[in-house]
Design a binder for this molecule. Structure first.
Ligand code: SAM
Length: 276
C-alpha cells in the first residue's frame, strides 16, 4: 500500500461509514449517479479518482449496463472492498492523481468522476489533478466533479457561527485554502477543458441534518489529522467546542457546506492547450 500522502481524514471503520453516508447525501441531492448530460454507451470506460470505499462505483455498477468498465483509483487501498465482492466490470487500483498516470491508462476513459477532494489540496492547487484527468480522458471525454464548497456555507446558531470563524482561521494557518472550489470553472478552462455546467446549491430541508452530522464528524477527523501541525492546546480547544456542537447544541444548529457540481469536456481532438 502506498502511503505517500498527508491525508487529513481517517480511513477506519467510522470514517468509511461517514463516506458512505455522504454518498447518500449526494445521491439524494442530485438524484443521479452519472450526470444526465453524459451519454451512456455500451463498452464505455469510467474512472473514479480518490474513490475511497468505492460506494459511487458500486451504485454505478448496479444501474449502468454491465458492458461498461468501472475503474476506481485511490492513493490508498485501505478502504477498497475485496475483489470477490466486486462485479466483473468493477476493479480498484492504487494511483496518485497528483502525478502523470501510467502510459497504459492515457486516453482510455470516456468519463472521470471525482468527489469530495476538498481536504486533498492542502498547500496544493487543482491544476495537477486536472492535468492528470486530461491525460486519462479520450478526446471529448467528460469530468463529473461533485465537491463540497467550504467557502460558501449555511451556518445557523451563534455557537456554530463562532466555531466556523475559528475553523476558518485554523484552515488558513495550516494551508487549507478551499477557494479552488469556486475557482474550478476558471481553472478547467485554463487547462483546456470546455465547461458544460457549474452549479452551486444549498441542501434542501430533508438533507440539512445529514450534511450537518457528516460535516461535524469530518471536522472531528480533520482536527485529529492536524495534531502533527498545530499546538496541542489549540486542537483540544477546538475539539471541546466541536463536542459541544455535536451534543448540547446539535438540535439547534445547522452546519452545512454548499454542494457544487462541475461538468466539463476535454477537447474533441488530441490538440490540448496547456496554458497555466
Ligand atoms: C473524502 S475521500 C472521498 C472518497 C470518495 N470520492 C467519496 O466521495 O466517497 C477523499 C479520497 O481521496 C483520496 N486521495 C487523497 N489524495 C489522493 C491522491 N493524491 N490521489 C488519489 N487519491 C487521493 C483519499 O485516500 C480518499 O479516499
Amino acid at each position: 500500500m502506498s502511503e505517500s500522502n498527508n491525508y487529513l481524514l481517517g480511513r477506519g471503520i467510522f470514517h468509511s461509514v461517514r463516506l458512505d453516508a455522504q454518498h447518500l447525501l449526494w445521491r439524494l441531492h442530485t438524484g443521479y449517479i452519472l450526470h444526465p448530460r453524459i451519454p451512456v454507451t455500451d463498452h464505455m470506460r469510467i474512472a473514479e479518482l480518490g474513490t475511497g470505499t468505492g460506494v459511487w462505483l458500486f451504485e454505478a455498477a448496479k444501474y449502468l449496463p454491465p458492458t461498461i468498465q468501472l475503474d476506481g483509483f485511490d492513493i490508498s487501498d485501505e478502504q477498497f472492498p475485496l475483489k470477490e465482492q466486486c462485479p466483473p466490470n468493477l476493479r480498484f487500483d492504487i494511483m496518485d492523481s497528483f502525478v502523470d498516470p501510467p502510459a497504459t491508462l492515457v486516453g482510455q476513459y470516456d468519463v472521470v468522476h471525482l468527489r469530495m477532494w476538498a481536504t486533498n489540496f492542502r498547500n496544493r492547487d487543482s491544476g495537477s489533478v486536472l492535468h492528470h484527468v486530461m491525460e486519462l480522458l479520450k478526446p471529448g471525454g467528460f469530468i463529473q466533479w461533485e465537491e463540497a464548497d467550504l467557502t460558501h456555507q449555511v451556518v445557523v446558531g451563534e455557537k456554530a457561527k463562532q466555531f466556523e470563524a475559528e475553523m476558518n482561521q485554523l484552515f488558513g494557518q495550516v494551508g487549507l485554502d478551499f477557494s479552488w472550489v469556486p475557482n474550478l470553472p476558471k481553472r478547467v478552462k485554463q487547462v483546456g477543458f470546455h465547461l458544460v455546467e457549474f452549479d452551486r446549491q444549498q441542501f434542501q430541508n430533508n438533507l440539512i441534518n445529514v450534511c450537518t452530522n457528516t460535516y461535524l464528524l469530518a471536522l472531528h477527523e480533520i482536527l485529529q489529522g492536524l495534531r502533527q501541525s498545530c499546538p496541542r492546546e489549540e486542537i483540544v480547544e477546538h475539539g471541546i467546542a466541536l463536542h459541544h456542537l455535536l451534543s448540547a447544541e446539535r438540535r439547534s444548529i445547522i452546519y452545512n457546506w454548499c454542494p457544487t457540481v462541475l461538468l466539463c469536456q476535454s477537447p474533441p481532438t488530441d490538440v490540448i492547450s496547456i496554458s497555466e
